[in-house]
Design a protein around this ligand. Structure first.
Ligand code: TQI
Ligand code: ZN
Ligand code: ZN
Length: 167
């Protein structure tokens, strides 16, 4: 079953059109992975997600960082923690730059089993950004387990029920 963060934080009613921006100059391939991940949640909610240039004005700020990056939650190098994202309205979405990230387009198979599928992790972290905690339902996006070389990007019914209770 899905869960929420303590106090059930969510993006407020007047803020359903969310913007996001990247810290780094990322390739179009990487940007489109995030765009696809956001679209999976937009498809089942009244939310929209738009890429903007200005980090200052963006609701959600996405960046790849290594080790200590100034928020008191340092990354740990390859493996271990892959990424972290925080409950609304933080909009803080950081990924561990030391991981071997795999960028795939839709449907391509994972060649490198030591790499983590970026879209799979992004869909999970966006769930956190929107207010979902972890789920006890195996196979859901918010179930707290992920393996390298595995692609899991489709929202499960449990994820959809959870996000639709929030929005
Ligand atoms: N990052 C953890 C996660 O996103 C960070 C975390 C731990 C966390 N406990 C939390 C975030 C409670 C919000 C609330 O879950 S991670 C997974 C999963 C990670 C973990 O890098 O360990 C995924 C990243 F769920 F599979 F364990 C992506 Cl999919
Ligand atoms: Zn961080
Ligand atoms: Zn999680």
């Amino acid at each position: 079953h899905y869960s929420f963060f303590p106090g059930t934080p969510r993006w407020p009613d007047g803020e359903r059109d969310l913007t996001y921006a990247f810290f780094d100059n990322l390739t179009d391939d990487v940007k489109s992975v995030f765009s696809r991940a956001f679209n999976r949640w937009a498809a089942v909610t009244p939310l929209t997600f738009t890429l903007v240039d200005s980090l200052v004005s963006a609701d959600i700020r996405i960046g790849f960082f290594e080790g200590d990056h100034g928020d008191g939650q340092p990354f740990d190098g390859a493996l271990g923690t892959l990424a972290h994202a925080f409950a609304p309205p933080a909009g803080r979405f950081h990924l561990d730059a030391a991981e071997n990230w795999l960028v795939t387009d839709n449907g391509s198979t994972l060649a490198q089993s030591s790499a983590f599928d970026l879209e799979s992790v992004a869909v999970h972290e966006i769930g956190h950004l929107l207010g979902l905690g972890h789920s006890s339902v195996k196979g859901s996006i918010m179930y707290p387990t992920i393996s390298s070389g595995v692609r899991k990007v489709e929202l499960a019914n449990d994820d959809i029920r959870g996000i639709q209770e929030l929005y």
